[in-house]
Design a protein around this ligand. Structure first.
Ligand SMILES: Cc1cc2nc3c(=O)[nH]c(=O)nc-3n(C[C@H](O)[C@H](O)[C@H](O)COP(=O)(O)O)c2cc1C
Length: 199
């Protein structure tokens, strides 16, 4: 017997606070993760997953990511809610995304919570943003970027623009985060938008 036929209108999950999965992997630039968490935590429910190498790099780069206001999951906990497509969320960002995690996502290897969550986010056709940081890029990296793109991911590079005349490192970081937020559909005033040479 089918019950609760009208759950579309009564299920509280359809009017919930916006919810994002933020994953941090072992690439340089952990400051990008720190900044997006700082911006999103007051306005959204955040589910944070940090890879083992990202923890080491965060310590080396002097960044603390864990925050009591943010729900954090262990990367080995494949039973966490974010591992399931039934867990509703509004998008996932892997920031920064290592080329190794890109390769795992591209090939559907879901052996960690980060890669499983990305796999699920893609199959559920939700926004899945990979903010890569590597230079130069090999053919393997470029091939994997195309594959991830074709699977539904948005590939971004951690390379800031300069048209807003940045004065500080924070200005550079915010210009990159601004584009990520644009793709998540989150309003912000982090960085000025291009409006022409004479504006
Ligand atoms: C200090 C340090 C910096 C690294 N920076 C990068 C980087 O910028 N981009 C990248 O793709 N890999 C980088 N790596 C390599 C990755 O951390 C490595 O491939 C690792 O297996 C990634 O695992 P994860 O994606 O599960 O975090 C770096 C490693 C270390 C130790």
């Amino acid at each position: 017997m089918i019950q609760n036929k009208n759950t579309m209108t009564t299920n509280p999950s359809y009017s919930r606070k916006r919810r994002f999965v933020i994953a941090v992997t072992g690439a340089s630039g952990i400051i990008y993760a720190h900044r997006i968490l700082e911006v999103l935590a007051p306005v959204a429910e955040i589910h944070l997953i940090i890879s083992e190498t990202a923890s080491l790099i965060a310590r080396d780069e002097g960044i603390t990511l864990k925050n009591p206001e943010i729900i954090t999951h262990e990367n080995q906990n494949l039973a966490a809610p974010v591992a399931s497509g039934s867990f509703l969320h509004d998008g996932m960002v892997i920031i920064p995304c290592s080329c190794k995690t890109l390769a795992a996502v591209t090939s559907g290897i879901s052996s960690t919570l980060i890669t499983r969550s990305a796999d699920v986010t893609l199959k559920e056709r939700r926004p899945c943003i990979l903010l890569l940081r590597e230079n130069p890029l090999s053919r393997v990296h470029l091939h994997n970027m195309i594959e991830a793109h074709d699977a539904g991911a948005t590939i971004m590079m951690a390379n800031p623009p300069f048209y807003h005349h940045p004065q500080t490192i924070a200005d550079l970081i915010d210009a990159v985060i601004a584009r990520v937020l644009d793709h998540l559909g989150v309003d912000h005033t982090l960085s000025t938008r291009w409006s022409g040479f004479d504006a």
